[in-house]
Design a protein around this ligand. Structure first.
Ligand SMILES: Cc1cc2nc3c(=O)[nH]c(=O)nc-3n(C[C@H](O)[C@H](O)[C@H](O)COP(=O)(O)OP(=O)(O)OC[C@H]3O[C@@H](n4cnc5c(N)ncnc54)[C@H](O)[C@@H]3O)c2cc1C
Length: 338
């Protein structure tokens, strides 16, 4: 069996790996010159199945817990544990609501917050700690996936616009379309959700795990990436225009980082990034068969979290003709019940 995977974002690379490990002869085609620049490139890398319950249903937690385990087992070096969630006193209601909607956390008082993150001592009276969650550096994770694929002999062909290859799918060869928002032209119900992020460098601060700061208008997370680097993200705007980050978004992200810790006021702005997430109307991921192509899409704000579970299922569909109702049934109620 041969497979062509189109798109070298996290979905495409995870699918290629699952197929290659099952003995399929896989190639990956990517239109960009390399890994940088995809939506995956700009992600926060939060693997937070239980925090995400705040605005997602149980399916995301279920698939996400599977994904978290996949990353932990395969790429332990890329994974760091725990998420801390805090809110300023005036936003205590946000923290209470977050706790009502989520699970798998420990409640912390001021001393608990300070014990986890000394830099936040005296700044927050309460917090929630999700010890079982994790995060990874998405760029390192994409590179690790690509390196692993190369080790397995999977060619990653960059600079290839792949639609012609898709049209040529044939007996004995499956095509997996993992092109994110680019697939909107073929999947009419896919939309873009723009996400802006910043990379800041501060030598004054040393946070050791992702911190989510709750706020009624713009909740943000700050993710340490080592060497004084922090990713601050992310906006969620209903738009597929990913050309630039707006002044307003930057103002809000910087204000939120500053509200978490004033040392961010002196930080160096290293990068301003924009990615556009692909989402279906119900914000749930899908495996969809059309013609000879299997679409793996709609990963929305959970691409790193969900890619492993989708990739496993995609391999099951492509190789064994399996059906996974939770990601394949067109009726979202049926998918939620599956
Ligand atoms: C700011 C931001 C923060 C985020 N934070 C998180 C987070 O903390 N945790 C998390 O799990 N998720 C997060 N996400 C979501 C995550 O990034 C996406 O869900 C994920 O990147 C989707 O991956 P993908 O592989 O489906 O798509 P993409 O990453 O968009 O990859 C698709 C690839 O297909 C290629 N392509 C398109 N058309 C063609 C063609 N015709 N031929 C060849 N190649 C083609 C593209 O160039 C691209 O490289 C975040 C997203 C953003 C924007």
């Amino acid at each position: 069996m041969r497979a062509t995977v189109i798109g070298a974002g996290v979905a495409g690379l995870a699918c290629a790996l699952e197929l290659a490990e099952r003995g399929v002869q896989v190639e990956v085609l990517e239109r960009r010159a390399g890994l940088p620049g995809s939506c995956s490139w700009y992600a926060g890398g939060m693997l937070a199945p239980w925090c995400e319950c705040e605005n997602s249903g149980p399916l995301i937690a279920q698939l996400g817990a599977e994904g978290l385990e996949w990353w932990r087992r395969r790429f332990p070096a890329t994974l760091v544990r725990g998420t801390l969630v805090v809110a300023h006193g005036r936003d205590a209601g946000e923290l209470a609501q977050f706790a009502r909607r989520t699970a798998h956390f420990e409640r912390l008082g001021a001393a608990g917050v300070a014990a986890l993150e000394g830099e936040l001592a005296g700044r927050f009276e309460h917090g929630l700690y999700f010890a079982e969650e994790g995060h990874l550096d998405p760029r390192a994770a994409l590179a690790a996936l690509a390196a692993h694929l190369e080790m397995l002999g999977v060619p990653l062909r960059f600079g290839v616009e792949a639609m012609e290859a898709a049209a040529g799918s044939s007996c004995g060869r499956v095509v997996l379309d993992c092109t994110g928002l680019s697939a909107a032209a073929r999947l009419g119900d896919l939309r873009g959700v723009k996400g802006e992020m910043l990379l800041l460098r501060s030598r004054e601060l040393s946070l050791s795990r992702p911190v989510r700061l709750l706020h009624p208008r713009l909740p943000v997370y700050v993710v340490p990436r080592g060497d004084g680097l922090y990713m601050v993200g992310a906006t969620m705007l209903e738009s597929d225009a990913g050309a630039y980050a707006s002044a307003r978004s930057l103002l809000e992200l910087l204000s939120a980082a500053y509200a978490l810790h004033p040392a961010f006021g002196e930080a160096q702005v290293v990068e301003i990034g924009v990615g556009v997430r692909a989402a279906f109307p119900d914000n749930l991921p899908r495996l969809r068969r059309e013609g000879g192509t299997l679409y793996v899409n709609g990963l929305y704000r959970h691409g790193f979290l969900l890619a492993p579970a989708l990739a496993r299922r995609a391999a099951g569909v492509a190789l064994e003709d399996k059906h996974f109702a939770e990601v394949m049934h067109e009726d979202s109620r049926e998918r939620r019940l599956a």
